[in-house]
Write a protein that binds this ligand. Structure first.
Ligand SMILES: NC(=O)c1ccc[n+]([C@@H]2O[C@H](COP(=O)([O-])OP(=O)(O)OC[C@H]3O[C@@H](n4cnc5c(N)ncnc54)[C@H](O)[C@@H]3O)[C@@H](O)[C@H]2O)c1
Length: 463
């Protein structure tokens, strides 16, 4: 039974929903060649990774202003995930979801079969955990497909280098590629960036970002229960494993790191950090085996010496802050008032956000309020108008800056951008060859535990 979509649930709520779906059903997996939308300029979409965000991204795609657009193929490694996503999308967009069972694919090669249903110029959505981005992107480029891929894009140096190369190949083929760093499509943040770059609060001297709340997603995991396979279980608990997601640091903090870099109009060049794990067991005494710290305090430095502090915490019962701030020589700005890019953004004279000192507060048109919708309208607009559009290089850089802070905390060392880019630790080297029977990239020890970062002891790699 679908937990999320009831008859009374609005489309807007569905779009916002990052989803937890529950029903189960088996699906067939035969390969079908291209689906041509004959006689129309309809764009066709394949969804690869049918979880919460993938379903949300597909819903955003089906809502773009410049259709027609249809969902024609879906791929996942879990049949129930695909089935639930399909049921919900079909209910919301009955005439735009055209995914019969022979275009529903399950397995680690499902992405190929789903993309084989598209024709060049159509769009593939990648919303699996990040470990698979480069594999799926490689195939999309071969097939001449436009892509929307979720953040983060990479967790390590070798994969970042690979993705930067792929970004160039995609541009050379004139493919349009959107990256799910939706802050960049927030109209409020776009205006704020312009105002800051024009000097509204003087020179930027300090940036602060916070995401501190209780444990969410799969950041903390108890031992693998023995089924499904260790590989599939890790994929399901991807926030727990650095190879799969970059851990909670990369997955949760990248949005604020990305948009504060944008406000400064540069990327930090190095990071040093504190971090640790206070609680390694659940309140009822079960051991947590994931690789995350529960607190991170990262100090990033830009080339001009400007500091950017990022505080992350997954802990209940503490002071929750989830926002981002910028200090200039002539004023102060709020980028995200609440959440990853919550409106309004605002600027002030002086050091504090006093109403009397307000210079500007964002006001966004009703039809551009949602950055998740904006990023799709922007991508499809570029496809329709054949304008250059490739966010991958920037997405990799944001992922690298994020990983640099995470690695600084995990190793206890100063880590530069170049250190991170050139780091040789490939966390999931054979991810392109995985099958349902493969061992997991990280195997538990006899006690069911996985290697955890040990600052000051393991210093050249994170675990
Ligand atoms: N931009 C945002 O605000 C935002 C919000 C949430 C999630 N995300 C990102 O979206 C991605 C997915 O997150 P989610 O919350 O939807 O997770 P999820 O677990 O709900 O969904 C991931 C789906 O991918 C499937 N999958 C995993 N490996 C696969 C593979 N190799 N081939 C095909 N399918 C595979 C899983 O079975 C699952 O159904 C992550 O990278 C996350 O960071 C972005």
């Amino acid at each position: 039974m679908n937990e999320i979509i009831s008859a009374s649930t609005s489309r807007r709520e569905f779009l916002k929903n990052t989803g937890r779906f529950a029903a189960a059903s088996a699906l067939a997996g035969a390969t079908i060649p291209y689906v041509h939308a004959a006689g129309s300029d309809a764009l066709q979409v394949a969804l690869i990774g049918c979880g919460g965000r993938g379903s949300g991204a597909a819903a955003n795609a089906l809502s773009v202003r410049r259709g027609p657009i249809k969902l024609v193929a879906m791929a996942d490694v879990f049949p129930d995930r695909l089935q639930n996503s399909f049921d919900n999308l079909k209910k919301q967009f009955p005439s735009q979801v055209d995914v019969p069972q022979d275009r529903q694919f399950i397995g680690f090669d499902a992405y190929q079969k789903a993309m084989d249903c598209l024709k060049p110029g159509d769009i593939a959505i990648f919303a699996t955990p990040l470990a698979f981005r480069w594999v799926h992107f490689t195939y999309a480029i071969q097939k001449g497909l436009n892509v929307f891929m979720e953040k983060p894009l990479t967790a390590d140096g070798p994969t970042s280098r690979k993705m930067l190369q792929l970004a160039e190949e995609a541009t050379a083929k004139n493919l349009k590629v959107g990256v799910g760093l939706m802050s960049r499509h927030s109209r409020a943040l776009q205006e704020l960036a312009q105002r800051l770059h024009d000097g509204e609060i003087g020179d930027i001297v300090l940036l602060r970002g916070y995401r501190m709340h209780g444990p969410v997603g799969s950041a903390f995991s108890e031992k693998w229960p023995g089924q499904p396979s260790e590989l599939l279980w890790q994929i399901k608990h991807f926030h727990s494993f650095i190879w799969a997601s970059g851990g909670c640091y990369s997955d949760f903090y990248i949005h604020i790191i990305d948009h504060l870099g944008w406000m400064k109009n540069a990327w930090p060049v190095k990071a040093q950090a504190l971090g640790g794990r206070h609680y390694r067991q659940s309140p009822d005494g079960q051991i947590y085996v994931d690789q995350n710290f529960d607190v991170y305090a990262v100090e990033y430095t830009f080339a001009d010496g400007t500091k950017f502090n990022l505080d992350g915490r997954c802990m209940t019962g503490c002071n929750d802050i989830y926002a981002s701030y910028i200090h200039g020589t002539k004023g102060f700005a709020i980028a995200s008032k609440s959440g990853d890019c919550g409106q309004p953004s605002s600027t002030y004279k002086g050091l504090a956000p006093k109403r009397a000192d307000l210079i500007w507060e964002s006001k966004v048109n009703r039809d551009e309020q949602d950055p998740y919708e904006n990023e799709w309208n922007d991508l499809v607009g570029a496809i329709r108008d054949d304008k250059p559009y490739n966010e991958v290089k920037r997405g990799v850089e944001a992922s690298l800056v994020t990983s640099m802070g995470r690695m600084a905390a995990h190793t206890g060392q100063e880590v530069t951008f170049d250190d991170m880019l050139n780091c040789e630790h490939d966390m999931a080297p054979s991810v392109d060859k995985l099958t349902m029977d493969s061992p997991a990239p990280l195997v538990a020890n006899a006690e069911g535990r996985y290697p955890v970062p040990m600052p000051g002891i393991t210093t050249k790699r994170e675990y």
